[in-house]
Design a protein around this ligand. Structure first.
Ligand SMILES: [Zn+2]
Length: 826
């Protein structure tokens, strides 16, 4: 109970305390309005579509381009000059992108920071640093200084802020220097990259290639601030993975799996291991791998007519033919004849005997007089339909286009119609008492590796349960729910018809976007269809355009696939962890994941205890990913998803965390592997060759390494469930007499959130929460200028409260913590 109450309190903003707080926030943002959604043309057929590497100047441009309907989600990563990624486009769209200011990069070059340098540039005796002496001393703070190695190469990642960062004229420069080990001097000054998002200064940051691990860095601002910091390890010296046990079984998945294969294996596992596994069926069937049958008659001009069957293609729509018939006599009225599934439109004639029906008239007649066979008929796109319809050469067959297999499609037929999604539940004690973990894969249809990664994790659990002690502990202490593909209709479409399909197959489009050439762009982005921080509430990153890659749907939870997730977490309220598995990009996310673009107002930042717990869990999970083949997910790709990538309005993670208090992770598996041969980071793809190059891009290698990470997430959940230990905390420096103003901060024994007062009142869950100085930074520092008593308690990530204090009731013991900072009078 305490746990839930705490999460509700999370949404309340802490009040400011007296005169003792140091203001730490950056200056006001330069507001940038959200861009309006506009309709645009989409790829007309799969043959002409290709994948290109693009670079955008920032999130504003990303929003604009996405709102225009371009499909460029995923594979995106921040670079010093903006955002780089991939776009699935036609040659014509490349021209449009260029016109919007998007840089289309040559080839599929690997990613590299532009100012990456081996060893860096030494500062010369004259002092090459661009630091002006200034009376105005800016404050510089180091948020991260992380060292990691991968494939024999060392890297230093630095993230630092200046309080003058928002300043635009002149733009503040920042430089970082590092030592070369303990006791060595600073040197190798390098310019840092300023990171601005939605008009808001975020921080400066860089990734540097280094051969020697530094112990300290020094960051200097051009406005005069300077600070030093200690370098930490990132994913170094991780404990051995479960696969290190020689008897441990792994490598079960032998190739990509379409939804039928995934679901049938899930059911088989439940049959083979009934003591630890079962199937839970989600209640809402999908809208189905199915389409209405269509034909577009008369080209694309004013005389064109787009016809759509009332029945699904496989339920008779595909048997319908439509014919426009010319008749020899003059002054005949428009008529429609229906024989079986054959619809003949007898065109009206004028006084000279020539055809005289407009496209609008023919469409109206088809809709109302086809004996129910045609329920949608209209002019092409935004045409008025004023052209005179020409007769057809004969009957034209309608089709749902689903029998057009793409090259390389798997054998067999796809079952048409709605699908029921099975959830594979694994756990020895499935009684709601063990912490539940939801692994949700393939919201996005073309992301094939998330499905194999999840299946591999399930296989490892059931095969090692009896033989491996660590696996047994997982199965006995957690309650795991696998949704191996949450978008089976779209996934089938990706396997069988259009490999780049992202969304589900529900067509919510109006007539202007409902012609068959648009069919590869219909559907709802399931990860924009949720209720918290949604596009409907004004958050950025969800589109109202039904053919956009990020179309959010007509309303929140409009789709059965998203309704199912809410049903599942409400029915199984023991679910406390979730991982939404996507590809590709090499990122691990949590909250905040969405913001309102104007002012860059994010969903509420998690309290410091949750933030620290997320970081701690991420380091555990990613260490195990690294253990497989040294893939490093770099720290600049870890954190709140709207901080490290972009705003995704209405994503599932925001809903599950803010509504249900579930630790909701998202990750982008695959991609971003360091290639020592080129010295660059090489991006991945949605469907990398299964075996491919095992050291670089390989669906198999990604499946194995990220399954390591999922297994570690289960261990995180098991440990969380067993955590009955209260956190401890202290004020540093603590109780005592000080001769002048003193800076104090809180420390905790483990990830925990502190609630405190300084006004003599009893601390409760409504008291101010100890916060980060600024996001991605450690806890704030209080500048205490007069005698102050702090009263506080801490709560850990499992909900344990320090000293078993009960903040909800009047607790006569009053066993919260106190410390008095006494400042001597002058
Ligand atoms: Zn995705």
């Amino acid at each position: 109970m305490r746990h839930i109450q705490r999460r509700i309190a999370l949404l309340a903003l802490p009040a400011l305390v007296g005169s003792i707080l140091v203001a730490t926030g950056p200056a006001g943002a330069d507001p940038t309005g959200p861009s309006a959604a506009t309709s645009r043309s989409q790829p007309e057929d799969r043959e002409s579509v290709r994948l290109v590497q693009i670079r955008l100047t920032g999130a504003d441009m990303l929003d604009k381009v996405a709102a225009a309907g371009f499909d460029l989600e995923h594979g995106l990563r921040r670079v010093p000059t903006g955002i780089e990624g991939e776009a699935v486009v036609t040659a014509e769209q490349v021209t449009e992108l260029t016109a919007m200011g998007v840089e289309v990069l040559a080839d599929e070059a690997g990613f590299a920071w532009s100012d990456q340098a081996d060893g860096g540039i030494a500062v010369d005796a004259a002092g090459a640093r661009a630091v002006e002496p200034s009376n105005h001393q800016a404050t510089v703070r180091i948020a991260r200084a992380d060292w990691f190695t991968t494939k024999g190469q060392g890297f230093l990642y630095v993230e630092a802020r200046t309080t003058e960062g928002q300043q635009a004229d002149p733009i503040v420069g920042m430089q970082v220097e590092n030592d070369s080990g303990k006791g060595t001097p600073f040197g190798f000054a390098r310019t840092m990259s300023r990171f601005v998002d939605s008009g808001q200064y975020m921080f400066h940051r860089n990734l540097f290639k280094l051969d020697t691990r530094p112990t300290r860095i020094q960051v200097t601002s051009s406005t005069g601030g300077v600070t030093t910091g200690v370098v930490s390890n990132w994913l170094e010296n991780a404990p051995p993975p479960l696969t290190a046990n020689p008897s441990y079984k792994s490598d079960f998945v032998d190739g990509y799996k379409h939804p039928q294969q995934l679901y049938s294996r899930a059911k088989e596992i439940a049959r083979q291991y009934p003591d630890i596994a079962e199937i839970v069926y989600l209640p809402n069937q999908t809208n189905g791998y199915q389409r209405k049958a269509q034909a577009q008659l008369g080209g694309t001009g004013q005389a064109a007519v787009v016809v759509t069957s009332a029945a699904w293609g496989h339920e008779g729509g595909n048997d319908i033919t439509v014919e426009f018939v010319d008749r020899p006599d003059a002054n005949l009225p428009l008529a429609v004849e229906v024989t079986g599934k054959a619809v003949r439109v007898l065109l009206a004639t004028d006084a000279a005997g020539a055809p005289a029906s407009t496209a609008t008239q023919v469409a109206d007649a088809l809709r109302t007089r086809s004996a129910g066979l045609i329920d949608r008929a209209h002019p092409y796109r935004t045409n008025e339909g004023s052209g005179i319809v020409a007769p057809t050469a004969g009957p034209v067959a309608l089709t749902d286009f689903l029998d057009q297999k793409r090259v390389g499609a798997p054998e067999g037929e796809v079952p048409r119609g709605p699908a029921t999604i099975p959830v594979l539940r694994i756990g020895k004690h499935r009684d709601g008492k063990k912490p539940g973990v939801l692994i949700q894969a393939q919201d996005h249809a073309r992301e094939w590796v998330p499905a194999t990664t999840s299946l591999e994790s399930a296989e490892r659990l059931v095969h090692n349960y009896r033989s491996d002690r660590e696996t047994k502990k997982i199965v006995e202490n957690t309650d795991i729910f696998f949704i191996l593909s949450n978008n089976p209709d779209g996934a089938n479409y990706s396997f069988y018809n259009f490999a780049s399909q992202r969304k589900n197959m529900t067509n919510h489009c109006p007539d202007a976007s409902a012609d068959p050439a648009q069919r590869n762009s219909w559907g709802v982005d399931l990860n924009r269809n949720y209720r918290v921080g949604s596009g409907h509430d004004g958050y950025a990153g969800g589109s109202t355009n039904c053919v956009s890659g990020t179309y959010q749907g007509p309303e929140e939870l409009s789709e059965p696939e998203s309704k199912n997730i809410i049903w599942l977490v409400e029915k199984y309220s023991n679910i406390k962890f979730m991982m939404s598995v996507h590809s590709n990009g090499g990122q691990l996310f949590w909250q905040p994941g969405a913001y309102i673009a104007d002012g860059r107002i994010t969903t509420p930042r998690p309290p410091l205890g949750d933030e620290a717990f997320y970081w701690q869990s991420a380091a555990r999970i990613l260490s195990q990913v690294k253990a497989h083949r040294e893939t490093v997910v770099t720290p600049e790709n870890v954190g709140g998803s709207s901080d490290v990538l972009y705003s995704s309005a209405g994503n599932v993670r925001e809903d599950l965390y803010y509504t249900y208090g579930i630790y909701a992770f998202g990750w982008e598996v695959g991609g971003s592997v360091y290639n020592p041969a080129t010295g660059n980071w090489q991006g991945g793809s949605f469907q990398p060759e299964w075996t491919g190059n095992p050291e670089l891009v390989s669906g198999h290698a990604e499946t194995m390494e990220y399954a390591n990470g999922i297994m570690e997430m289960f261990r995180v959940a098991a440990d969380w469930g067993k955590d009955k230990k209260d956190p401890t905390s202290r004020l540093v420096p603590g109780d005592g007499k000080y001769r002048g103003p003193v800076d104090v901060r809180f420390e905790t024994s483990e990830p925990a959130t502190i609630y405190y007062t300084t006004d003599g009142s009893r601390p409760t869950l409504e008291s101010p929460r100890y916060a980060a100085t600024e996001f991605r930074e450690p806890g704030q520092v209080f500048h205490v200028t007069e005698t102050t008593t702090f009263r506080w308690f801490s709560v850990d990530s499992a909900g344990n409260i320090e000293k078993n204090y009960d903040p909800t009731k009047t607790d006569k013991r009053n066993n919260y913590r106190t410390a008095t900072i006494t400042i001597a009078k002058k």
